[in-house]
Every structure is written in C-alpha cells, then in structure tokens.
Design a protein around this ligand. Structure first.
Ligand SMILES: [Fe+2]
Length: 313
C-alpha cells in the first residue's frame, strides 16, 4: 500500500507534574469530560465522538509524550509501519493491540526525525454520540511542534505519513491530513517540544464563552482573541498548569486538493500578520517563551528543586 496515509488527529498525551491538579484544570476549566482513569493516567474527551482528546500521565517532568493520529484501517497502520521502518524512522515496536482504557485499537509508536513522539492507530473506540454544548471543545484540531530542523520534519510528514503541504510562513510550515487547513505545524526554533495544542470550539460564540470561563477561573488570555493568516482560524491562547500552551480555536479553513499552498514570501506580502483583524498584535515575550517550551522547562526545574530540598531534609 504505497499511498498509505494518516487521516486524522486524535489526541495529545502529556506528562504532568500533579495528575489531580492537571485533571481538575482540564475538567472544570478547559471543560473536558473524564473517560477513563487507571493508575497514574487519565483520559479526557471533548464533545465530539473521539474516545479522548487528551491523556494526562503523572511524571517527574512535564513533557509531550505523544501526538496520536488516526489511520483508516489496520492495513494502513501496517503499511505506514513498514514504510516508516524502510525509510529509517525510529519505530518503537511493531503494530499491536493498544490498551483498552485508551479506547483500544491497533497501532504503533514512532518518532519524527528530530524526536517528537507520535502514535498511529486504527479501530479506536468512538463514543456513540456527540455532546451539544458550544462552550466546550469538540476535538483536538491541531498541534504545533517546535523544531530546529523544520524542513526535515515537514518532509517526514509529507513523504512517510502522507500529509499534504498547506502553507509556509517565516515562522512555520503547515501540513494537513484531513479537511482542516492544518493538523500539524512546525515552528522554527528549538526542538523537539510542544509549541501548543489547539482545541476546536463549535463557533465564535462558543469560543468567547470558553475564553470567558478561563478568565473567570483566573487564566488570562495569553494571546488573542485574533484571526490567523494561514488557516484563517480565530485564536485565543492560554497557559495551562504545567506551562503548556493550549488554544481555543474555531472557523479553521476547510480545504481539499484544489487548495493552493503558498510560501513564506507570499504570506509576508499579504499583510495578514500577526492578525487579520489587527486586533491581537504580536505575541508578548511571555507568549513567545511559553510557545518555545520554556515555561514547561522552568516548571520542571522548580519541581526538581523542591523535590531535592525535600529529600535533603
Ligand atoms: Fe494554533
């Protein structure tokens, strides 16, 4: 199967310092529902039918543990595994049945050339129905990964995983695996790390209601509300308890094979930065630090120092 390709983004898997604190944020503030809990792990769903959109695992260091993608069937999983191996990708193991608490299915883990951890699976259980609440996230719609070698990551996603190139800017390469303009983007910088994860809200009213819930809970909007250039999506960015950047977004462009991608020079000439509405302005220094993964690392160091002090007593 030479045209084997990923066909969707499922979820993001995060190592977190305090499972209880993180789960409380994702339940009460980010407005997801707990699906399954087992040991040091909790899976939470959005209002869409995906089994879960985020997995939290308690770990000594906060980190991105996985970006989970869907394949249409097991044969595609096998074909992608064979293709990845043949092209020298770092593949953790052969495809196998996955843990039932995470919805089961059949898949395998691998790394991008730079080391971003990803998982590809098929036949994961979906919920029988969606939940009707526009103030809550429906699904994970994109992740942005920091990379010191964006061309190599982009080439890997296009050539090995079957993504399509959507656009490039001076900051990022955008690639897609479904009708969303982008499911993954690579930010030029230091890698590998998570720049941010974006959750889809049903509409603008829902995004504003969600953003209001965050503010009322003490989480200020870090960047936004605004409308991006590539993808045309409305954005609002927040920092969650571990220092990861989480986005509520809506109205991302729906595209097909007729979409014409553009290079960075074209986007620069369009004068659509940093916000089509000229509302959001450029990201603050804090926002750039957060998206560069520095807040997560600072929090890791702080936690390690607290633990070292406790152990020395
Ligand atoms: Fe985003």
């Amino acid at each position: 199967m030479t045209n084997a390709r990923i066909n969707g983004l499922r979820s993001v898997e995060l190592g977190v310092h305090d499972l209880k604190v993180s789960a409380e944020f994702y339940r009460k503030v980010w407005a997801l529902d707990e699906v399954a809990a087992e040991g040091d792990t909790i899976h939470l769903r959005g209002t869409g039918r995906d089994h879960h959109v985020v997995t939290l695992r308690e770990r000594p260091r906060a980190a991105l543990l996985g970006v989970h993608f869907s394949a249409p069937d097991r044969a595609t999983v096998d074909a992608l595994h064979a293709k990845a191996k043949a092209l020298g990708a770092k593949v953790a193991s052969a495809p196998a049945m996955l843990e039932s608490s995470s919805g089961g299915g059949y898949g395998f883990r691998l790394s991008t050339p730079e080391g971003h951890p990803i998982c590809i699976s098929a036949d994961v259980t979906a919920h029988a129905s969606a939940i009707d609440d526009r103030s809550r996230p429906t699904k994970l719609t994109h992740v942005v990964l920091n990379s010191a070698d964006v061309p190599a990551q982009t080439e890997f996603f296009l050539d090995v995983l079957g993504f399509k190139w959507s656009d490039s800017t001076v900051m990022m390469d955008f690639v897609r695996c479904c009708s969303d303009h982008h499911s993954v983007a690579f930010a030029r910088g230091n890698g590998p790390s998570l720049n941010h994860m974006a959750y889809e809200m049903p509409n603008v009213d829902g995004l504003m209601r969600g953003a209001g819930r965050l503010r009322k809970s003490g989480y200020e909007i870090m960047w936004g509300v605004g409308r991006h250039g590539p993808g045309n999506n409305i954005f609002s960015y927040f920092v969650e308890p571990n220092g990861f950047v989480a986005e509520y977004t809506t109205e991302v462009d729906q595209v097909d094979d007729t979409y014409v991608p553009h290079e960075a020079k074209w986007w620069q000439e369009q004068n659509l930065f940093p916000c089509r509405w000229n509302m959001a302005g450029v990201p603050s220094e804090l926002a750039r630090k957060a998206m560069g993964g520095e807040l997560v690392e600072e929090e890791n160091v702080r936690c390690e120092q607290i633990m070292a002090r406790a152990l020395s007593r």
